[in-house]
Design a protein around this ligand. Structure first.
Ligand SMILES: C[S@@+](CC[C@H](N)C(=O)[O-])C[C@H]1O[C@@H](n2cnc3c(N)ncnc32)[C@H](O)[C@@H]1O
Length: 261
């Protein structure tokens, strides 16, 4: 379950990689485009203005996120669809596919990339950003905390599941699928505001499976106890400064343009 409000607490920081990705897209006529894993739609809604002749689909498999997206002002060329990224077929081939901070939740990247490239028009572009931050202290401490008793036995199987390969792997795989590829990484040093800022960030994304399991097994008291323990570790690892809490965040990007057949 996604909570659009919690996710959007750091809207500016979460939007920046999307803007950086979209700004590097090649020019060219776009008549059909999709934003896969569009979430609450706040970034998807900017795409029809960028491509004035395009129909744009925002695709997500979270009913909560889609409810938030559909509550935004309607646009005639923009449609939100409930579907799985790995299985959705658009009504026509796509000139641009964007996916920001979503594909790491989807397994089997070889098959997924093959599917997504097959949806592109000749010279169509697949542009993806994924967090590549799972070695960062916040994630390491989350894994350690969920494995320690009294939590370990309760939380077995509820850990965060993500898929991410190396930059080299994406370059090679997309090349072998007939694309010209650019791959890069950026480390953002987000300066987060508010109390327990990194805990609040993690509650919006990686902590969701843990909190859901604790809620089922122990109710709100179990969630509160876990958050207090994990929050204390985070506060030590990421001390708040006078201007906010600095949170380093590595992200992997690629832009793959399908070669003409
Ligand atoms: C971290 S949010 C990113 C939302 C948006 N792209 C943004 O940048 O603000 C990840 C989104 O991916 C969606 N998602 C994850 N796995 C998915 C899948 N297999 N199919 C469709 N959507 C998926 C989630 O529901 C969630 O809305």
């Amino acid at each position: 379950m996604w909570d659009p409000q919690q996710y959007q607490r750091f809207q500016k920081e979460r939007a920046q990689p999307f803007l950086d990705l979209v700004n590097r897209l090649p020019d060219g006529e776009v008549t059909a485009a999709a934003d896969l894993g569009c979430g609450p739609g706040t970034l998807t809604v900017t795409l029809p203005a960028r491509w004035p002749h395009a129909t744009v689909w925002g695709v997500d498999n979270s009913p909560q996120m889609l409810t938030a997206a559909r509550a935004l002002p309607a646009q005639t060329r923009l449609h939100f669809v409930e579907a799985d990224i790995a299985e959705w077929f658009p009504p026509q081939r796509l000139d641009r596919i964007i996916s920001n901070a979503a594909l790491h939740w989807v397994p089997e990247h070889q098959a997924v990339l093959q599917h997504l490239v097959s949806l592109l028009t000749p010279r169509g572009v697949l542009a993806v950003q994924m967090p590549n931050n799972h070695a960062e202290a916040a994630h390491r401490m989350l894994r350690e905390s969920t494995q320690q008793e009294p939590w370990g036995s309760l939380l077995a199987g509820a850990e965060e599941r993500f898929t991410i390969q190396t930059p080299h792997w994406y370059a090679q795989t997309l090349h072998s699928l007939g694309c010209t590829v650019q791959v890069w990484e950026t480390i953002y040093y987000h300066l987060l505001s508010g109390e327990n800022a990194v805990l609040e960030w993690m509650k919006g994304t990686a902590l969701r499976p843990t909190l859901a399991r604790l809620g089922q097994r122990l109710g709100r008291d179990g969630q509160t106890a876990f958050l207090a323990m994990y929050g204390q570790k985070l506060a030590q690892a990421y001390p708040a400064g006078p201007n906010g809490t600095l949170f380093p965040f590595r992200r992997l990007f690629f832009i793959a343009q399908r070669n003409e057949p």
